[in-house]
Design a protein around this ligand. Structure first.
Ligand SMILES: Nc1ncnc2c1ncn2[C@@H]1O[C@H](COP(=O)(O)OP(=O)(O)OP(=O)(O)O)[C@@H](O)[C@H]1O
Ligand SMILES: [Mg+2]
Length: 112
């Protein structure tokens, strides 16, 4: 299993979530976050002055999925979260050791 963490534009979240659902990806943790990437935030020009904005709002989607589904998740986030401009986001893939459910004592390691 892998943890796929996608940090995307907030305005792209609804369509990305809907597309993931079509692909059978339902379980996720979603957070509103602040972040920066290669551009180190942005420089806003306002009334002739330049104001640095160090952190930009993003939405972070965390999904634990089967290894076989990682490529599908990445493809879906890219296809639906892309504007083509800097700031579209990043996707991180991490190994996951195990999962368990709180409701029962049964471990269900193969079922994210
Ligand atoms: N190295 C990193 N580590 C952790 N989070 C990161 C890293 N790089 C980017 N992020 C997160 O991803 C968000 C989106 O970054 P962003 O899309 O600007 O990436 P980028 O590498 O600058 O790509 P682009 O050139 O398309 O803007 C950031 O706001 C931040 O939350
Ligand atoms: Mg950037």
């Amino acid at each position: 299993m892998k943890m796929v963490t996608a940090v995307i534009r907030p305005e792209m979240f609804d369509v990305v979530r809907a597309a993931l659902e079509v692909e059978g990806i339902n379980g996720m943790t979603v957070s509103e976050v602040m972040g920066r990437g290669a551009q180190k935030g942005i420089a806003l020009r306002f009334r002739g002055k330049t104001m640095p904005v160090e952190l930009i709002p993003k939405v972070k989607i965390e999904m634990v999925v089967q290894d076989a589904d990682v490529e599908k998740v990445i493809r879906t986030v890219r296809a639906n979260g892309r504007t083509g401009k800097p700031g579209d986001g990043r996707i991180f893939v991490l190994p996951v050791e195990s999962i368990c459910r709180v409701r029962t004592d049964l471990d269900d390691p193969a079922d994210p």
